[in-house]
Ligand binder design. Structure first.
Ligand code: V47
Length: 390
């Protein structure tokens, strides 16, 4: 469990949530007592349209799990996304990024091409993180990624490598006929430091049969993160919402993550951040009528913050959620905005309205204007610099 700190000071908002006729009042008291919120209570919050109360619950949960001096912080990282190929064997119906090997739009980057791309980035000297994910492509297996990580570690020793989803780890293991643990170990030796949260989609078996039948199961995804945690690797977790899942399935997803984090309790790694993502619909087979509303976005942030009492951070990935919605999310449990996100391809291929890059100045302004303090972090939440409002 995340440590619980001093109760936030009494305020007008507390008067509102503690009104006798407020149906969410019992949940507020449970949060204050540090009691675990149940799946049914998660649904109760989801069923409510009292956004003010939902925001108070989530913000209270966030503050209680954060030392007082850090309660105003909003984290971000200076990161650079690397997607070495768009060729992928999987057939996820929501994916607009994947191409077949013969497609005129397919690309494959060898190690030198990746290095050249990073060298061209003017901000490379102040980068903190490479976020590397790719397609499932047989010509880019463990050998390719160990060479890539070694080369990146050598040329950019100051940059943390956060790479490979559980799906990719499993694929490389199967290609070489070796256990996943061995794959992670080899990559760790080559420079891998943490794992991103992609590939989780929605854990519901009903949804996986519909949208990603040939992908690893939810249980396998969770087990691979458990193995990484045992090996001292911190990881993230995502939820891909807006693909036809029900609110109950979103909540079930969060509960399965919470259970895995409990199982990883004694390990030296664990889930750092939960990231609710939105599906985008250009160039894929998902019905756009499943798109999340703004209210549902806020509920995903709030309910995940409330239920995931053992995961320290909730991230609004502005590329998916949009800049304005992410900013509002800061009042609904969010404490992380990912980063400057140079060169992201997966969501951009599916038609997100947000761009591929925010400058540092834009990001800082966006956090200041929400009344919060931007904090530049590294990939594992060590503070690099605090930016008080000028
Ligand atoms: O796993 C695929 C999703 C994910 C679409 O760990 C789509 O810090 C929207 O995992 N519309 C990749 N989404 C992104 C990801 C991520 C992002 C930011 C931070 C972190 C982190 C991880 O994107 C995939 C999939 O769930 N995705 N297609 C689409 N059409």
């Amino acid at each position: 469990m995340v440590t619980t700190f001093e109760k936030p000071a009494d305020s007008i908002t507390e008067n509102y949530i503690t009104q006798k006729n407020n149906p969410l009042r019992p949940i507020y008291h449970k949060i204050l007592e540090g009691e675990r919120i149940t799946e049914a209570e998660g649904l109760e919050i989801y069923d409510s349209n009292d956004l003010l109360s939902i925001g108070i619950l989530a913000d209270t949960a966030r503050k209680l799990r954060t030392p007082e001096a850090e309660r105003n912080y909003v984290y971000w990282v200076h990161n650079f996304h690397i997607n070495p190929t768009n060729i992928c064997e999987a057939n996820c119906t929501f994916c607009s990024y994947k191409k077949g090997p013969k497609s005129p739009f397919a690309y494959v980057m060898d190690v030198d091409a990746v290095l050249e791309m990073v060298h061209k980035y003017p901000g490379k000297d102040t980068l903190s993180e490479f976020h590397i994910v790719s397609g499932l492509y047989e010509k880019q297996g463990l050998e390719y990624y160990t060479s890539l990580f070694k080369a990146l570690s050598k040329e950019f020793p100051h940059v943390h490598i956060k790479a490979m989803t559980a799906v990719e780890m499993d694929y490389m293991a199967k290609l070489d006929g070796i256990p996943v643990k061995q794959v992670i170990g080899e990559l760790q030796k080559a420079g891998l430091k943490s794992m991103p949260g992609g590939g989780a989609e929605v854990f519901s078996e009903r949804m996986r049969a519909e949208v990603c039948l040939d992908k690893i199961s939810a249980t396998e995804w969770l087990q691979i993160h458990g193995i990484a945690h045992e090996m001292g690797i911190n990881t993230n977790a995502t939820l891909l919402a807006g693909i036809g899942e029900t609110p109950a399935e979103r909540i079930d997803h969060m509960i399965r993550l919470r259970d895995q984090q409990d199982r990883s309790k004694e390990a030296s790694g664990g889930f750092m951040t939960f990231i609710p993502l939105n599906c985008y619909y250009e160039g894929n087979k998902i019905d756009p009528s499943n798109a999340l509303t703004g209210i549902e976005n806020l509920k995903n942030f709030a309910v995940s913050r409330i239920l995931l009492d053992n995961v320290p951070h909730i991230k609004a990935f502005w590329v998916h959620i949009g800049e304005k919605m992410s900013q509002v999310g800061l009042n609904f449990g969010v404490d992380d905005l990912d980063g400057t996100v140079v060169q992201e391809q997966v969501a951009n291929n599916a038609g997100t309205a947000a761009g591929q890059h925010l400058t540092q100045a834009q990001l800082l302004n966006f956090i200041w204007k929400a009344g919060r303090t931007p904090v530049e972090r590294d990939s594992i939440y060590n503070i690099k610099k605090i930016y008080p409002r000028p």
